[in-house]
Design a protein around this ligand. Structure first.
Ligand SMILES: Nc1ncnc2c1ncn2[C@@H]1O[C@H](COP(=O)(O)OP(=O)(O)O)[C@@H](O)[C@H]1O
Ligand SMILES: [Mg+2]
Length: 267
C-alpha cells in the first residue's frame, strides 16, 4: 500500500477513469474521523476508525469477523456511544445524537439481522418505515414496489411469511421509505443463497444509481469491492487500508489477508 491509499484524508476523491459512468461529487456526505467507541466502559472496540463517503458514492467496509464493522455502522447511527472523534454529516456532528435524530437528518440504517414486523403486512411494514414523514407517501411506496417487485406481488401478505432474502428486501424497502441521503447496510447478503445475493447486490446498485449514497458493510468482500467506488478494510477497530474498490480487489496484501489467497488470480 502506498501513502495515497492511507485513510483519513478529506480530499480522498479518487477519479474513476475506468468507470466514466460514475459521477461522484467532491462533496463529502459523511466524514467519520478517528472514532473511538465501545459497548462497555474501558473497552474500546473502535480505536480511531475513519470513514468518508462522497455524495453519490457507494463505499464498502470489509474485514474479518470481529474487526468492528458492525460496531462502526452502529456508532455512526448513534447506537454505540462514541468516546472520541467526530462524525460530520453536512455541517452537523452526529456524535451524541440519538438514532431518531439521525434518521430525521436523512440517514437510514438496516442492521445485520433485518427486523421486520412479522404479524404486519408488507404494505404496513413499509408504512411504518415512513413514520417521520408527513403527507402522501403513496408515490414513494409505488416507487419502492417498482424497485422491489417481490414485495409488490405480496404486498398484503404478512411479513412473517417471507423468506430470509425477502425480509432483507423488505427491511431495505422500509429504510428507503425515508428517502435517505445516506443508507447504511450491514451485511445485507448474509445467509442468502447465491442467486439472492446477486439480486441484493443489483438492488444496492439500483438504489445507489438513483442518487442515494451507501455504506455497505460486507463479508462478501469480493462482490462488494466489485460494485463499490471505494472500500475500507477494517482490522482491530481501525481502517487498515482504503482505496478504489478495484484497486483493493487487486492489491496482493488485501487479497491475501482478506479475500482468500486461493481466489486471488480470479479477481
Ligand atoms: N453488543 C455488544 N456488546 C459487547 N461487545 C460487542 C457487542 N457487539 C459486538 N461486540 C464486540 O465488538 C467487536 C467487534 O464486533 P463487530 O463490530 O460485530 O465486528 P464485525 O461486524 O466486523 O464482525 C467484537 O470483539 C465483538 O465481540
Ligand atoms: Mg458485523
Amino acid at each position: 500500500m502506498n501513502d495515497s491509499q492511507s485513510a483519513n484524508s478529506s480530499d480522498l476523491l479518487i477519479e474513476q477513469p475506468d468507470r466514466p459512468e460514475r459521477q461522484i461529487s467532491r462533496q463529502l456526505i459523511i466524514d467519520a474521523r478517528e472514532i473511538v467507541a465501545g459497548y462497555v466502559e474501558g473497552v474500546d472496540i473502535l480505536q480511531g476508525a475513519n470513514l468518508a463517503v462522497y455524495e453519490g458514492e457507494l463505499v464498502t467496509v470489509i474485514g474479518s469477523n470481529g474487526a468492528g464493522k458492525s460496531t462502526f455502522a452502529k456508532a455512526i447511527f448513534g447506537l454505540v456511544p462514541v468516546r472520541s472523534g467526530q462524525i460530520l454529516f453536512g455541517d452537523r456532528n452526529l456524535v451524541g445524537l440519538k438514532p431518531e435524530q439521525i434518521v430525521r437528518l436523512g440517514i437510514s440504517y438496516v442492521p445485520q439481522i433485518a427486523n421486520v414486523f412479522p404479524s404486519l403486512s408488507i404494505s404496513d411494514n413499509l408504512d411504518m418505515g415512513a413514520y417521520t414523514r408527513d403527507g402522501n407517501i403513496k408515490p414513494l411506496k409505488d416507487k419502492i414496489y417498482d424497485t422491489f417487485p417481490v414485495l409488490a406481488k405480496r404486498r398484503s401478505q404478512r411479513a412473517g411469511t417471507l423468506s430470509g432474502g425477502e425480509r432483507q428486501m423488505l427491511a431495505m424497502g422500509r429504510a428507503m421509505m425515508l428517502e435517505p441521503k445516506l443508507l447504511i447496510l450491514d451485511e445485507p447478503s448474509a445467509a442468502l443463497s447465491p442467486i439472492l445475493v446477486q439480486d441484493i447486490f443489483n438492488l444496492i446498485q439500483t438504489i445507489n444509481q438513483a442518487g442515494t449514497s451507501i455504506i455497505l458493510v460486507e463479508q462478501n468482500a469480493r462482490k462488494a469491492l466489485a460494485i463499490a467506488d471505494r472500500g475500507y478494510v477494517m482490522h482491530l477497530g481501525k481502517d487498515e487500508f482504503t482505496g478504489k474498490g478495484s484497486d483493493l480487489l487487486n492489491d496482493p496484501e488485501v487479497a491475501e489477508l482478506y479475500l482468500g489467497v486461493g481466489n486471488f488470480s480470479k479477481a
